[in-house]
Design a protein around this ligand. Structure first.
Ligand code: ZN
Length: 219
């Protein structure tokens, strides 16, 4: 017996107006190449601390991260402090390589060794202060368990926009390069051993003061 042309239920479904999707999602998700994602996971899992760096993108696709560059940094399991001179060198090197700041200085990436990708208060303050002059910037956090957090901020707007995050397998991507990633990790990441609490009763305040050493990046 032939199927009826339209099942009554289907017809009813078709006639029903489409339900509107919630508005905030997310026209331009933050995407990673498989290479960049694999490298970030390698660096995240290499040591016990947070690690941080910048996402590198192509000019035509500023929310598609194709590489991640670590900055020389001092890390604990709850903080990353970039070395000022290393940030300046990174900017110079990238400009020399022919990139624009939109391609290397707008996507701030760091990992959380714990199970939450939620930005800390220091993260929020750092993002606002350091990237405040940029026309736009993204803060991206990847936690040990794979949880992600991505937030877009535009200059002149007090509001931030949550971004969805994905891996884009469609464009060609480079093969893994663990030995280079290892070298970059060893060159960039210095683990800071926290002094025992009883030696330095105000260490927690000092920890927060570290983030004040962050430079404001050129726009
Ligand atoms: Zn953080």
């Amino acid at each position: 017996m032939p199927y009826p042309k339209a099942h009554p239920l289907t017809r009813r479904l078709l006639q029903r107006p489409r339900r509107k999707r919630p508005k905030q999602r997310k026209r331009h998700p933050l995407r990673f190449s498989p290479y960049a994602w694999a490298k970030l996971i390698y660096l995240r899992d290499r040591g016990p601390t947070e690690v941080g760096g910048f996402g590198i993108t192509e000019a035509a696709d500023p929310k598609f991260v194709t590489d991640i560059v670590l900055i020389k940094q001092t890390c604990t399991d709850v903080t990353v402090v970039f070395d000022d001179a290393a940030v300046a060198d990174f900017f110079d090197d990238q400009i020399d390589a022919g990139r624009h700041p939109e391609q290397f200085g707008r996507i701030w990436i760091h990992t959380h060794p714990g199970f939450s990708a939620r930005p800390s208060q220091v993260d929020v303050e750092t993002f606002a202060r350091v990237f405040g002059n940029c026309d736009w910037a993204v803060m991206f956090i990847l936690a040990r368990n794979g949880a992600t957090y991505a937030e877009l901020k535009r200059a002149g707007s007090p509001k931030t926009e949550k971004l969805s995050v994905g891996i884009d397998f469609k464009p060609e991507f480079a093969a893994s390069n663990q030995s280079a990633w290892e070298a970059e990790y060893l060159q960039s990441v210095r683990e800071e051993l926290l002094p025992p609490l009883w030696d330095q009763p105000d260490w927690f305040d000092e920890e927060f003061a570290y983030s004040e050493q962050w430079p404001v990046f050129p726009t």
